[in-house]
Design a protein around this ligand. Structure first.
Ligand code: MRU
Length: 366
């Protein structure tokens, strides 16, 4: 696997990320020097994907601590930073998890605040790398089993949105088992949903798979059901932004429809997640997970590289047509075949999750 990360620190101890809005056409990095920069990067989707949102928010707090100390501001500045970052995106629970971790680290700090924040953010990043690697270790046997059943024929995997390394720090969640399968010589082919409106599939997943030499084919979002009916999909793997105690899964809008089609065609539907994406404080995903609604222009316009070589928006409806833009939907646990985590594979149920994560035994703990 080509080693690159989605977030890193600079020699002068600031933070840099990839501007994912420019991919796949341009590889541009953005320097984050203030917590405002981190907040904007999350809001504007310069960075996106649940684990990476969490990691960026954690470094956002480090930057806030640095600003507070260097500009001799009082603690209310840091409180403002926490509030602003918490409000940057609503659905991915990793954001709140990471901010809570930073709060605890700072509350317990008796010495150097800046060093504590730096180390706590770095730890979140390093843990994500190892967690995603382990998701691959546990997800690999699922791919191997299909490859064995197909006597070495290509395993066709369908995915929606981008739950690859661009949504995380390294490895990615759904891509980790795929990369590890490729490393073992298993033949894999990925159907990539384009994932309207922001096209994380065509822009990001296709980019990553290209970089890693993974055979893949881009499809329109509505093609998956047809492919499944015709035996062209062996498994579906998606990521998640928040998974509840009973195993309901919020992910990019359109995921639910893929789960329904997979169920109707007896195709396993797997969700790969780091435990940082579990929200064990809620049960019913349909009623309790806040679903982000984004600007309608993301639907009304498509952004791409024009024949003039410039990245530009193109209006795809009448000027006055309104649009709605729900960012996520919830797939009920009953449609999820198994959840793949860093500790192993389990049923999408409270019992299944608690078997792997007994520390969540008290209903209120998150
Ligand atoms: O709106 P996005 O691009 O942040 O949505 C991302 C997803 O839905 C991913 O599937 C999810 O965050 C998992 S990333 C490992």
């Amino acid at each position: 696997m080509t080693k690159f990360r989605t977030i890193w620190t600079t020699e002068d101890a600031y933070v840099e990320v990839i501007d994912q809005r420019k991919l796949p056409h341009e590889f541009v990095t953005v320097r984050l020097e203030t917590y405002d920069d981190a907040e904007e990067a999350i809001k504007e989707m310069t960075v996106r994907g649940a684990p990476l949102i969490g990691a960026t928010a954690a470094y956002g707090i480090y930057l806030a601590v640095r600003e507070m100390i260097e500009d001799e501001l009082d603690g209310s500045f840091l409180d403002e930073a926490f509030t602003a970052l918490r409000a940057s995106r609503p659905t991915a629970v990793n954001l709140f998890w990471a901010l809570d971790k930073m709060r605890v680290a700072l509350d317990n700090c008796e010495g150097d605040f800046m060093k504590t924040a730096w180390e706590a953010a770095a730890q979140i990043v390093e843990e994500d790398v190892e967690t995603c690697r382990m998701i691959g270790v546990h997800g690999l046997p699922l791919i191997e089993a299909i490859a064995a059943r197909k006597e070495g024929e290509v395993v066709n995997i369908l995915t929606h949105c981008n739950a690859g390394m661009l949504g995380c720090v390294e490895w990615g969640t759904i891509t980790s088992p795929i990369y590890q399968a490729i490393q073992k010589g298993i033949k894999v082919h990925v159907w990539v949903d384009e994932t309207r409106p922001r096209n994380q599939g065509s822009n990001l997943t296709a980019y990553e798979l290209t970089r890693h030499g993974v055979p893949h084919t881009l499809i329109v979002d509505n093609a998956g059901g047809h492919l499944m009916q015709h035996g062209m999909v062996d498994m579906v793997i998606v990521g998640t932004d928040r998974t509840t105690r009973q195993g309901d899964v919020a992910n990019k809008i359109g995921t639910y429809l893929k789960a329904l089609a997979a169920h109707d065609n007896n195709i396993p539907f797997y969700v790969a997640l780091p435990s940082t994406t579990l929200d064990m404080s809620i049960r019913n995903g349909l009623t309790e997970i806040p679903i982000e609604e984004r600007n309608q222009d993301e639907v009304r316009y498509m952004i791409g590289k024009g024949q003039n070589g410039k990245i530009q928006p193109v209006l795809i409806c009448p000027e006055t047509t309104p649009a709605s833009n729900y960012g996520f939907d919830v797939t009920p646990a009953r449609l999820v075949t198994k959840i793949i985590t860093e500790r192993g594979v389990c049923d999408a149920s409270e019992e299944g999750l608690l078997e792997l994560f007994p520390e969540f035994n008290s209903p209120k703990t998150n």
